[in-house]
Design a protein around this ligand. Structure first.
Ligand SMILES: CC(C)(COP(=O)(O)OP(=O)(O)OC[C@H]1O[C@@H](n2cnc3c(N)ncnc32)[C@H](O)[C@@H]1OP(=O)(O)O)[C@@H](O)C(=O)NCCC(=O)NCCS
Length: 147
């Protein structure tokens, strides 16, 4: 079941974030996204009431940027990221989004494969984009199917 992320979810989300990312967001980062960012859209995927995955984006009228997607390491390769991507694309297309973008570490083969599966293409490189190890990011873009 996919639901809007709530403040009560954040304790668990921050734990998952630490397992998923080398530069994890803090609880305050998520609080800002949930409570103050008018463009923020954050959801969790629950299995038997346990959060197993989450996704976030910034969405305005025509553009959406995926800010995060993470799946509990114990629950990978079960299709949860695909379920979240499909939910995200459905919500965005109903709201008229025309263009999707994201940044991803050049070494992140699973995530790149996930995004390519949904039609994202590498369109540029952001040099030394990540502060922790100065790794480059691919900028990936997808245009809506109606274009
Ligand atoms: C990337 C991530 C979200 C994938 O989650 P997941 O639930 O395991 O993915 P799914 O089971 O839904 O698989 C979706 C697709 O992703 C790709 N994929 C997932 N794991 C992969 C792997 N280990 N190697 C290659 N491709 C992989 C495949 O294209 C797969 O589709 P397929 O099964 O039809 O081949 C997960 O590995 C994760 O949380 N990683 C750490 C956080 C992260 O890097 N997020 C992305 C930040 S940009």
């Amino acid at each position: 079941m996919i639901q809007k992320m709530e403040v009560n979810d954040l304790e668990h989300i921050v734990e998952l974030e630490q397992q998923c990312f080398t530069s994890p967001w803090s609880k305050d980062d998520f609080l800002y996204e949930l409570n103050e960012n008018p463009f923020g859209y954050y959801v969790v995927l629950k299995e038997q009431d346990q959060i197993t995955a989450y996704l976030g984006l910034w969405m305005d009228e025509e553009r959406a940027q995926i800010t995060t997607i993470g799946v509990d390491p114990k629950h990978r390769s079960k299709g949860y990221a695909k379920a979240l991507m499909e939910h995200m694309l459905d919500v965005c297309s109903k709201r008229g989004v025309q263009m999707y973008s994201l940044e991803v570490r050049v070494s992140n083969t699973p995530a790149i494969a996930l995004y390519e599966r949904y039609g994202f293409k590498k369109v540029g490189i952001r040099k030394a984009y990540y502060q922790d190890n100065h790794e480059d990011a691919y900028l990936m873009i997808k245009e809506s199917e109606e274009n």
